[in-house]
Ligand binder design. Structure first.
Ligand code: ATP
Length: 497
């Protein structure tokens, strides 16, 4: 039976100054399907869907949703027309409760006689959270009480409870752990079963093939092709995205024992309330140490604790020379790099330029007086090394695509020539081509004797890149696995649950 079209996009176009982000794209999305939109970083995926969901205005072209032409003025307006989005970065606002975030712009339903019935709003929000199995999240709490993943789960409820006709899931999976992903996939499948539509943006080709019915490819803002998921392989998709054949190599290929040297940094009996309980570990020079686990296991706090960025930390973090790392300043002064999972809030100065972001921890090294020309050369060198897709380094970081922001974070620490790298979700939102480059870079740094910690939700990344993997459960280390050809996803999962 021929499928009915849910969303008919004709000649959709957007330019940002010299950047032609979306170039006259015409595309149909059917009812009852999960339709993946794939392409390299900066290929225009988010710009296309942001026009549909009211985050930015439409440059040119028309969207017809279920027979109605829509031109959303903002996200709330888009919701009212049946288009919703779960964004790549933080989609909830500080300073509001969970309930207020869920009904932001839609509070009218709780107002009668000019008075807002807050109790009714909290009750409805809690009922919705409970119905998604998220009863541990309290509608009445300030949203700041919750971590990045929980806030994403709130956003999933916020974006779907009213049954949107089209739901955009923009590179959300990599912000979630295994159980968070399962929750998201349940929601996506439900949208499909209800004969509505999901537009699914992801850089994980295995996930794209497993989840979607149809796949459309964008390259440099242009529409390339739509294929049926059952007729295409991962390699064919990669070739379509990149425009040339990709090499087979991806992860490290050596399995002959680790080259690990002396301990570079260690943590002993470190506890952080509700996050870590008596965690001890050694990170050696010349090794990549992986940390994995399910959400709430505390793994993201390990990076923060080592970087001196935890609140209320007890226990010791010590460098090889005996220095105790108690705060961020000490960490930076001793050449420690840290990339947070919450990129926009904790890793980047989004209101500053690419140059400022890249040079920040290296300014002292450049010496006084600070030469503008040197700073520019420095930023250019490392932005180029990470293939940041940009107009130039004077561009604001806020104007970059998600994956390109992540490249700026990595360019900064590459430039700082840090000896210890603490990388939380280092390839989050990064396309396959750059991912391969980052893996090669990590391997090179390891060979140079740098100590590298990789905290990751990507089990294959941990298996493929790490010399050792510590698996966490309930805020403690639950087991250690050595690098081996025989290691499987199941070995890690068994220690996570
Ligand atoms: N507000 C903006 N101002 C200037 N340029 C922008 C802006 N938003 C996006 N761009 C540019 O438009 C292009 C497309 O970006 P977009 O975010 O749509 O890519 P994407 O395919 O979603 O990438 P990613 O996979 O990294 O999320 C990029 O070159 C980006 O730098």
């Amino acid at each position: 039976m021929a499928k009915e079209v849910m969303l008919h996009a004709v000649g959709i176009d957007k330019q940002f100054g010299p950047t032609h982000a979306v170039d006259h794209v015409s595309l149909d999305f059917n009812k009852g399907e999960i339709h993946a939109l794939i392409g390299e970083n900066g290929s225009g995926k988010s710009t296309f869907t942001n026009m549909l969901t009211g985050i930015i205005s439409i440059g040119e072209g028309t969207f017809e949703l279920d027979g109605e032409r829509i031109e959303p003025k903002n996200q709330v307006d888009a919701n009212h027309h049946g288009a919703a989005v779960i964004v790549q970065e933080q989609g909830t606002l500080d300073g509001l409760t969970v309930a207020e975030n869920m009904f932001l712009g839609d509070e009218d339903q709780f107002i009668s006689g000019g008075i807002k019935n807050t109790g009714a709003m909290i009750k409805k929000a809690q009922e919705l959270l409970d119905s998604y199995g998220l009863d541990y999240i309290k509608a009445v709490d300030p949203i700041e009480n919750y971590n990045f993943e929980d806030r994403k789960l709130v956003e999933i409820v916020k974006s779907t409870w009213f049954g949107p006709k089209v739901l955009v899931v923009d590179e959300t999976t990599t912000a979630l752990s295994q159980n968070g992903r399962a929750e998201l996939f349940t929601v996506m499948n439900k949208v499909r079963e209800d004969n509505r539509t999901v537009i699914f943006i992801s850089h994980d080709m295995a996930e794209v093939l497993a989840m979607s019915d149809t796949i459309s490819i964008l390259r440099d803002g242009e529409f390339i092709k739509t294929v049926s998921a059952k007729d295409v392989t991962e390699d064919e998709l990669k070739t379509l995205m990149v425009g040339r054949q990709m090499s087979e190599h991806y992860y490290r290929e050596d399995y002959e024992g680790s080259m690990a040297g002396d301990v570079a940094i260690s943590m002993k009996d470190v506890s952080v309330p509700n996050q870590l309980e008596d965690v001890s570990l050694d990170l050696h020079k010349g090794e990549i140490l992986g940390i994995g686990g399910l959400s709430e296991c505390g793994m993201h706090e390990v990076g923060k604790a080592l970087f001196g960025a935890s609140f209320e930390r007890s226990g010791e973090v010590t460098l090889a020379d005996g220095t105790s790392v108690k705060d961020i300043n000490t960490a930076i002064n001793h050449s420690i790099a840290y990339a947070s999972k919450d990129r926009d809030n904790e890793s980047l100065l989004t209101a500053d330029t690419i140059q400022d972001n890249i040079t920040l921890p290296s300014l002292r090294k450049m010496g006084l007086p600070l030469s503008k020309r040197r700073q520019k050369q420095f930023a250019n060198k490392y932005a180029k090394e990470m293939s940041v897709k940009m107009v130039n380094t004077d561009q604001f970081v806020s104007a970059l695509s998600g994956g390109n922001k992540q490249k700026v974070v990595l360019a900064r620490w590459l430039g700082a020539e840090s000896d210890i790298l603490l990388l939380d979700s280092p390839t989050r939102g990064i396309d396959i081509k750059v991912k391969a480059d980052i893996y090669a870079l990590l391997d090179e740094m390891r060979k140079q004797g740098k100590a590298i910690l990789v905290i990751s939700e990507e089990i294959m990344e941990l298996i493929g890149m790490c010399d050792r993997i510590l698996v966490m459960k309930d805020h403690k280390i639950n087991g250690e696995l050595e690098r081996s050809r025989e290691l499987t996803e199941q070995d890690l999962i068994a220690l996570m649950v």
